[in-house]
Design a binder for this molecule. Structure first.
Ligand code: ATP
Ligand code: MG
Length: 128
């Protein structure tokens, strides 16, 4: 069912949980895991920091004995980059956290998850 799973990873606790779910699904389905971290403006996630964050997710996946298909570090608007990547690489599932790094916890879904869930053409697993 799922052969290529994309994890959108910003280093937050929710994103860490998303990695765990992606790993469990990859084991069941024999899927490869791709990781994407999007650098935003420097005060939030710089390109350098994005590289480190993505590497941390790759390590977590590999420590579970799974191969990482690709670790992508992009810059721009996170939802756009995640959605473009998903289409380019023809992933069949996107796994992400319900919330991210933002301190504001008023809403159930952060703006990135909200946008990806609304616009993705493949299933999205939102991890709480
Ligand atoms: P907001 O950013 O809207 O203020 P938030 O930070 O709590 O709120 P989101 O940014 O939507 O919530 O984060 C939800 C999930 O989206 C994260 O757990 C992660 O999976 C993904 N995500 C968010 N930002 C990025 C990013 N820069 N790169 C990759 N994935 C991201
Ligand atoms: Mg955020």
């Amino acid at each position: 069912m799922y052969k290529k799973i994309l994890v959108a990873y910003d280093g937050s606790d929710h994103a860490k949980k998303a990695v765990e779910h992606a790993v469990a699904l990859a084991k069941v389905f024999g899927a490869s895991i791709h990781i994407i971290t999007v650098a935003t403006d420097p005060s939030q996630i710089s390109l350098e920091k994005a590289g480190r964050i993505a590497g941390e997710a790759a390590k977590a996946v590999q420590s579970q004995g799974l191969q990482v298909g690709e670790v992508a570090v992009r810059s721009g608007t996170p939802a756009d980059e995640i959605l473009n990547y998903a289409e380019e690489k023809e992933v069949d599932l996107i796994v992400m956290g319900s919330r991210g790094l933002s301190a504001l916890q008023r809403l159930v879904l952060g703006s990135v998850s909200q946008a990806v869930v609304s616009r993705a053409r493949v299933p999205v697993l939102v991890v709480r």
